[in-house]
Design a protein around this ligand. Structure first.
Ligand code: FAD
Length: 459
């Protein structure tokens, strides 16, 4: 029997279009492993909502592997150490994995590659970051030219087939028990609503793609309306790699109809990763250095406002609905993410990094690249970003995007309010006593933000 080969799973928890698994299966008996590594990413260790997802996704992956006679080995610790020990234990020298581009994963890949024969494959992006280049050979910083250049390379490669057979080792190495990792919340179990909303795992991801195909034609018209399910809700599945973007691209494209708007959104994911490859510290460092001097409010002073924002008690129904949807389901509609983020940054003048951290902990799709890129886009501090002085007015956005039913669903204190008053019950004189008054007036918040910005303009 030939030497066993390790497949190192990370954010690629699927069997199909999994180039690492396919390559390993061609070479010999396969030992699939997932390492729960909180040491390598340090303060970027997965947040609570992501851990909930991970638990269920690993369970599904193990079941799929078992259906093929294999299994998923679970180990905990620093990746390079765990993998080297495992390789020694089973007599393996080669390890296959998909490229991951978060700065901590790149470091880990380097360290593993120094000790073992690490073979890295593509597959978590439409194109490997760095493939599309500007005329002068640099990487793109601005989305629109990036999208145009990337489109030239489409379609992405056809998905890699799932190995029909996976040869297994004569004996399996020991594995941790998933339950012992305590990835699920217990006291309190804040994730009860998650299971109603989501089916983590490859089958759940594929079912999501299949059901979205029927809705895709209406995407352009409905994607900004939070009251309807107008978007794919594929983000956590894509983040955990339960489905590859190439698979999504091909399924949507083959279904015909106008899917360009959707594909353009999908490309934002590639774009964000392309930025991280250029600016690895984008999750904490402003893309525009002038923002380093912005006089944000001290969080000790803004503590009450920040707490009100986190728990959806700002007195702005659209913001509160979004923050409560996030808490209940681990996800928030994109339009509302923009409004809620803008409110924190501008109306409350709280540094975008605090909001980014909260999303990191509470989103099931928390993704280093996408989260940082979008927060910096909203803040205006990014290399490609909204202009800071273009301040979103939540009370205008709410009726504009017909958020009434969305608010009624997520803010039960307001569920009885009919008509336009739902967007601003205080103004209409029907704010129930248990719903807070606005924590800051729009004009006051706006002027404070503009005054702060005037201190750095042109700086
Ligand atoms: P769809 O509209 O159906 O889009 C399909 C896919 O394209 C998404 O699943 C996602 O993978 C990708 N996509 C769409 N829009 C974006 C975008 N603006 N940036 C990057 N990828 C995009 N997305 C994350 O995946 N993880 C995050 O941590 C994250 N943080 C965000 C923080 C803020 C402040 C904002 C404004 C947006 C953030 N987004 C993040 C982007 C976006 O809100 C979500 O990707 C989207 O809401 C997911 O819903 P969907 O799958 O239905 O999207």
């Amino acid at each position: 029997m030939s030497e066993p080969v390790i497949v190192w799973f990370r954010r690629d928890l699927r069997l199909s279009d999994q180039a690492a698994l396919a390559a390993a299966a061609r070479e010999g008996p396969v030992v699939p492993v997932y390492v729960l590594d909180d040491e390598t990413p340090r303060h970027r260790a997965m947040g609570g909502a992501s851990r909930w997802w991970l638990h269920h996704s690993l369970k599904r992956l193990d079941e799929s592997l078992r259906a093929k006679g294999a299994r998923l080995i679970l180990r905990r610790g620093k990746s390079e150490q765990v993998l080297t020990e495992l390789a020694k234990e089973i007599g393996a020298t080669r390890i296959h994995a998909l490229h991951h581009y978060e700065p901590w994963w790149r470091n880990a890949e380097k360290a593993v590659g120094e000790k073992l024969d690490l073979r890295l494959h593509d597959g978590n992006y439409l194109l490997p970051p760095g493939t599309v280049r500007t005329g002068s050979g640099g990487m793109y910083k601005i989305y629109t030219p990036f999208w145009r250049a990337l489109s030239e390379h489409m379609p992405p490669p056809e998905p890699v087939r799932t190995p029909a057979r996976i040869e297994t080792p004569a004996t399996w190495p020991d594995s941790d028990a998933l339950e012992d990792w305590a990835l699920l919340p217990v006291k309190p179990d804040w994730a009860t609503g998650f299971a109603e909303e989501w089916t983590p795992g490859e089958d759940g991801a594929r079912a999501r793609v299949a059901s979205f195909i029927d809705e895709a034609a209406a995407y352009e018209e409905r994607r900004n309306i939070p009251s309807v399910e107008g978007t794919s809700r594929l983000s956590p599945h894509l983040h955990f790699g339960e489905v590859s973007p190439a698979y999504v691209w091909h399924r949507l494209h083959d279904a015909g109809g106008s899917v360009e708007t959707f594909l353009k959104e999908l490309v934002w994911r590639d774009y964000a990763q392309n930025l991280i490859c250029q600016f690895p510290a984008y999750g904490k460092e402003n893309g525009r250095a002038q923002f380093d001097a912005l006089p944000w409010r001290d969080l000790r002073e803004a503590k009450g406002d920040f707490a009100a924002w986190k728990c959806g008690m700002t007195g702005y129904p659209i913001v509160d609905a979004g923050m409560r949807e996030l808490w209940a389901t681990g996800w928030m509609h994109n339009r509302v993410r923009m409004i809620a983020a803008s409110f924190l940054i501008k109306h409350l003048l709280v540094d975008w990094r605090h909001g980014e951290q909260w999303f990191w902990d509470t989103l099931v799709d928390a993704d280093y690249a996408s989260n940082a890129t979008n927060w910096q886009w909203v803040a205006g501090s990014g290399v490609d970003a909204n202009i800071f002085t273009r301040i979103m007015a939540p009370l205008t956005q709410s009726p504009k995007f017909d958020a009434g039913d969305y608010i009624r669903r997520w803010v039960p204190e307001l569920a009885h309010i009919r008509g336009d008053a739902i967007h601003d019950p205080e103004e209409y004189g029907c704010r129930p006593a248990k719903y807070p008054a606005k924590i800051v007036e729009h004009r006051e918040g706006r002027e404070r933000a503009l005054a702060a910005f005037s201190r750095i303009k042109g700086g």
